[in-house]
Design a protein around this ligand. Structure first.
Ligand SMILES: Cc1cc2nc3c(=O)[nH]c(=O)nc-3n(C[C@H](O)[C@H](O)[C@H](O)COP(=O)(O)O)c2cc1C
Length: 215
């Protein structure tokens, strides 16, 4: 499909059907991930494609715990928000509840792992949280999300399982020095799937020459 069309309709799809994903489709999605740039072309990421029913159920149980805590906090946060914001957030939370309830039935969960020793972390010494290392991991995730979009697969980048990293590593046999950056459940959409996005306009996000100068 046309690239811009894929990018502008790549919203989070959390309601997925349990039907398996054909091997050739899965291969194309994973190959798209390998095309992403990484610092020094080190490709310091790997993906564990989890399709084993027991492993997915175990991941799902961990995910559901994290989601329950996150959703409770979020519901509290939006309680006094304007009606429009509450409605939009409530829709997202309902979809999130569905994903948490059915995580283990997703046909494949792509657990994205990384090796911190091979990340080019050029901001490691800055007095703020370091983000550059993630730049050698998440472009690959974005590539695979876009490939899912092109293949008609629903998907959502999730990170809640990173809170349970020791259990996830044990469950999937992830060795030292590999850690987890994301888990992407993928599957054919139960409802409409991908569609229009709600995002800030360019005028709010980009400046001309100096911070704050309108472009
Ligand atoms: C770093 C990151 C972490 C995320 N973690 C989760 C998650 O754990 N669970 C979830 O349901 N969605 C997660 N999301 C999806 C976001 O909630 C979603 O992309 C955002 O709300 C925009 O939604 P939309 O693309 O449907 O407009 C995450 C997204 C990003 C980029």
């Amino acid at each position: 499909m046309e690239l811009y069309e894929a990018m502008k309709t790549l919203r989070a799809v959390r309601r997925l059907r349990p039907e398996p994903i054909p091997e050739d489709v899965l291969h194309r999605v994973l190959e798209a991930a390998t095309w992403a740039p990484t610092g020094a072309n080190a490709q310091p990421w790997r993906i564990v494609v989890v399709r084993d029913a027991e492993a997915k159920q175990a991941l799902g149980a961990l995910y559901a715990e994290g989601w329950a805590a996150y959703a409770a906090q979020y519901r509290e946060l939006i309680a006094d928000a304007p009606e429009r914001v509450r409605e939009k957030s409530a829709r997202m939370l309902r979809a999130g509840d569905h994903l948490a309830d059915h995580f283990g039935e997703t046909p494949a969960v792509l657990v994205v792992c990384f090796n911190p020793k091979n990340l080019a972390i050029t901001d490691a010494d800055q007095p703020r949280p370091s983000v550059v290392g993630g730049g050698s991991i998440y472009p690959a995730v974005q590539n695979l999300l876009l490939a899912c979009r092109a293949e008609g697969l629903g998907c959502v980048l999730t990170t809640l399982l990173c809170q349970r990293e020791p259990e996830v590593r044990k469950l999937l046999g992830i060795p030292d020095p590999w850690y987890t950056a994301a888990a992407v459940p993928i599957g054919y959409p139960l409802l409409r799937g991908h569609g229009p996005l709600s995002r800030r306009p360019v005028a709010k996000m980009a400046f001309a020459d100096r911070w704050g100068e309108p472009l």
